[in-house]
Write a protein that binds this ligand. Structure first.
Ligand code: FAD
Length: 421
């Protein structure tokens, strides 16, 4: 019997699965053994590195790891084969995320390109744009940032004020974006800008692809409560991008911007939950070691966390299965569940670990005391990072309040709240 090499990019994983008995099991084994064989040598130290609150960790090495994944066919699994992807089914993508998390493999560096911009270009981009940008995402040679939020436009994204005008074959972009994750490490940013002067709200916006390495762009990292800087302010002062680097029609950017957000949901959620389970198991082990588990209040909270995780897993599976993958409100329920669970786990970890989590930062491994004003040299321990960074979970990707509004208005049919005209 010939064995197919599943890491070979010319194999369409969806077609292979349709023709293969026990495809899910075989696929899981292939991913598991590839990760075992490859997370070794120079890559071994990357296990568990990166991720929310630790994006700065081993960035150059993680970039190399991502390129190694790409060379072995493990990037952009869900994209169609004709665009350089692998044609994987949702089940295969879930399996990949789960095995990846189980192996404690490092956080990926081009999530925004692979999960958000790539699928958007496949859906709305021109063939020339697809040909120009998709290979850079597949091979991890160009990294992307998301330029949506502005100081006056976050939850109310339609208030975007950054402008762009066409002049002599180029869009000239002016304005400010904020909270732009990884812009300081990226080469490109997808930007929502107002291209029709007198327009307001959702009308007159366009979706532009803007190179970051140019004189008109200033990127200023914002220091977070963790001491690190995962996100930035990005200033556009007569920044330029070619006239043809607009996705969709001029003035029709809202449709493209919202289309992109549809891709933000879901499939990675089940992999994320493998990581959550590991955090909870580690915390339970700490509670056993330091005796916190004997406190009935803490024991009750740990038990509730375990039940919450099981509910979340069941919900994510239901959401991702079949018809309700795109049901209105389903993504909002999933986001609310995981964001609140994780924030609560951060608070619970402070109760379990006790004073050391709250009074940090601790001394570094070299015996030096951390200085939060010097983000390059801050070393929080995992519980401090969890406590501090999980505050962000209920904000990014749509805040708790916004998710509840969506569920209230679009699912439960409650009256709409007043909106700006
Ligand atoms: C870690 C992190 C990474 C991020 N990365 C990016 C990125 O890469 N690119 C990007 O463009 N953005 C990014 N963001 C920004 C994120 O999308 C916004 O923070 C989010 O949309 C909220 O917007 P805001 O911060 O302006 O808060 P606001 O919208 O001003 O909200 C302030 C408070 O008011 C509440 N609120 C707002 N409107 C309503 C309402 N109608 N009803 C009830 N309550 C309401 C909110 O829930 C919140 O509690 C990131 C944010 C974080 C925390």
């Amino acid at each position: 019997m010939t064995t197919i090499n599943l890491a070979d990019r010319s194999v369409d994983l969806g077609e292979w699965a349709a023709a293969t008995p026990n495809a899910a099991t075989v696929f899981a084994e292939a991913v598991r053994s590839w990760l075992d064989e490859n997370l070794v040598g120079e890559f071994a130290e990357l296990r568990g590195r990166g991720g929310p609150g630790s994006e700065h960790e081993f960035f150059a090495e993680r970039l190399e790891w991502d390129r190694h994944l790409a060379a072995s066919g493990w990037t952009c699994l869900g994209w169609p084969s004709e665009h350089g992807g692998r044609g994987a089914t949702i089940e295969q993508r879930i399996i990949f995320h789960q095995e990846y998390a189980r192996a404690d493999a490092p956080a990926r560096v081009n999530h925004l390109g692979e999960e958000l911009l790539g699928p958007t270009l496949i859906e709305y981009g021109t063939p020339a744009q697809q040909e120009r940008f998709l290979p850079g995402i597949v091979n991890v040679t160009e990294l992307w940032a998301q330029g949506y939020s502005e100081p006056g436009a976050g939850s109310d994204l339609a208030a975007v004020a950054t402008s762009a005008v066409l002049d002599d074959g180029a869009w000239i972009v002016n304005g400010q974006k904020i909270w732009t994750s990884l812009a300081h490490l990226s080469q490109w940013c997808f930007v929502i800008a107002r291209t029709e002067k007198q327009s307001s709200r959702h009308k007159g916006l366009s979706f532009l692809l803007v190179p970051l390495d140019q004189p008109g762009v200033t990127i200023r990292p914002i220091q977070q409560i963790t001491g690190t800087s995962e996100f930035n302010e990005v200033f556009f002062d007569d920044a330029r991008t070619n006239a043809d680097l607009i996705v969709g029609e001029p003035g029709d950017g809202w449709k493209v911007a919202m289309g992109l957000l549809q891709f933000e949901r879901g499939v990675s959620t089940l992999g994320q939950q493998v990581g959550f389970r590991r955090e909870l198991d580690d915390l339970i082990a700490v509670a056993r070691r330091n005796g916190a588990i004997d406190d009935p209040e803490i024991l009750g909270r740990l038990r509730r966390a375990k039940v919450g995780l099981t509910v979340m897993e069941a919900n994510a599976r239901r959401t991702l299965s079949g018809d309700i993958v795109s049901a209105t409100g389903a993504a909002s329920v999933t986001k609310l569940l995981w964001a609140n669970w994780h924030r609560d786990l951060g608070e619970l970890s402070a109760a379990v670990v006790g004073a050391p989590t709250l009074i940090g930062p601790p001394a570094t491994t070299e015996g030096r005391v951390n200085d939060l004003r010097d983000p390059e040299h801050v070393e929080l321990d995992e519980w401090q990072r969890l406590l501090l960074f999980t505050r962000a979970d209920t904000i990014y990707g749509g805040s708790n309040e916004v998710q509840r509004n969506i569920i209230a208005e679009r699912v439960l049919g409650l009256p709409r709240e007043a909106r700006p005209a």
